[in-house]
Ligand binder design. Sequence first.
Ligand SMILES: Cc1cc2nc3c(=O)[nH]c(=O)nc-3n(C[C@H](O)[C@H](O)[C@H](O)COP(=O)(O)O)c2cc1C
Length: 322
Amino acid sequence: MTELLGCKYPIIQGAYGHFGTSAIAAPVSEAGGCGIITAGALKTPEGLRADIRRAREMTDKPFAVNITMITRVMELAPQFLDVVIEERVPVLFTAAYRAEHLGKRAKEAGLKWIHKVATIKHALAAERQGADAVVLVGLEGAGFKSAVQVPTLIGITTLAKQIKVPLIAAGGIGDARGFLGALGMGAEGIYLGTRFMATKECPITDRAKQLMVNGDPMDPKFRDRALAPPRPEALARIQAQRDSIPTGEWLASLEKAMVSGSGGDVEMGSDAGELVGAGHPSLAVGVIDSVPTCKELIDGIVAEAEELLRRSGPLARILASN
Ligand SMILES: Cc1cc2nc3c(=O)[nH]c(=O)nc-3n(C[C@H](O)[C@H](O)[C@H](O)COP(=O)(O)O)c2cc1C
């Protein structure tokens, strides 16, 4: 994974539709992880180009760009990709709907292509379409939800036995235990959305970061939002409208049904309202207890992971002696 991404640690920062700029991507890459600039956060191809150049002034380490295939971004996707190729960004991440046409072009231009999905079926499809690696987001995670999504533990463990390209685990991961757990399940890297939002550099409000520090995964405003995939009946209703309403309108209603929490009829309190303004943090709030710099976070995860592995030494000796 580190060879594929050109970074020191297999720790990847998630894409964020509204604020995923160089402000967060560059410090993550500088600290040895893989930072991602989210094309949609820059709104235009020229905005993306300027932000890629800004990131290059902040770090000489490689970073990636995410193009999310949703209505707001989709029609600009080919132009965003032109910029990614022209600016020689080494890795393209895509997400949501099919993106094989982008992946194919990126690979022809010598880039690596990694697609992010919510289901095992779509992960295997991305592999068939030529993705160099796949991110699977478990139900605990933030972002688009699928009616057949399963929790990270079972999703990664099941998929790892079936897929040949490197697998990256996402969904509810935010500390050294989650990191080692994901590697144990068969992933070769971790992808953190919520956890990197609660860092000093992330361009969201300090109050939103503090709400994540105080956030309790048992609180319904986190629990119900995360563990609420779209209802199959709601998706079937939208599916039935496929040919009767304009495509843009149809896709927008599909996306509304898929975004995390929409299937749960969650009553939003004012705190949750503020967090929603910053995004939809996932159950990873359960492992967020501070707002470090990106470097402190990554160094902390790696150091604690090494310590945990050292402590598991006795177990290895017991297993070896039996
Ligand atoms: C505020 C916010 C905005 C997001 N926007 C996007 C996006 O535009 N594109 C995308 O691919 N994923 C997006 N995601 C999903 C994350 O990139 C990542 O897959 C997810 O947060 C992983 O789960 P975790 O939060 O438990 O780590 C977003 C997540 C959050 C919290």
